[in-house]
Design a binder for this molecule. Structure first.
Ligand code: DQA
Length: 149
């Protein structure tokens, strides 16, 4: 079945709820994981929800996902703006990828307005808060079931 997805979160997202609530709201990563797991269950998607602060670990995670998952939702956090290694790993995935940001990166500092991955992913969601994860899961479900057009 075409129903296995991974949600990858990059650095500092483990501290959601504590960091810059004006940008990221008050939700914790535990609650976010719970909400994502619930939505995936409703849609009959199997999900792994992962987070790492380490660039190399994220690269390994993305590489290993090639054989295990049908789709990926990624909030690469600060590495979005800096990591050629994450971009290169994503290019090897060859299946639907949704780029996600909780905040609207285009409304923020100039250095955040450049994403090194936007041009190689399937699509993106930004600025819609933690609810963006739920929207990304719904979109991924449609992508995997060819209902996106
Ligand atoms: C973020 C935006 C990034 O610029 C930032 O470094 C993050 C989170 C977001 O979800 O809005 O850590 O990816």
């Amino acid at each position: 079945m075409n129903n296995k997805i991974i949600i990858i979160n990059g650095p500092n997202l483990n501290l959601l709820g504590e960091r810059e609530q004006s940008q990221y709201g008050s939700i914790t990563i535990e609650k976010l994981k719970e909400n994502c797991t619930k939505k995936c269950k409703e849609l009959n998607l199997e999900v792994v929800f992962a987070q790492s602060n380490v660039e190399g670990e994220l690269v390994n995670m993305i590489q290993e996902s090639r054989k295990k998952f049908n789709g990926m939702i990624i909030n690469a956090a600060a590495f979005t703006h800096t990591s050629v290694a994450i971009r290169d790993a994503l290019e090897l995935f060859k299946k639907p990828i949704i780029e996600l940001h909780i905040s609207n990166i285009y409304k923020r500092e100039e250095f955040r307005q450049k994403s090194l991955i936007s041009d190689i992913v399937t699509g993106g969601i930004f600025g819609l808060g933690a609810n963006g994860y739920i929207l990304a899961i719904i979109s991924m479900h449609k992508l995997l079931n060819n209902e996106n057009r």
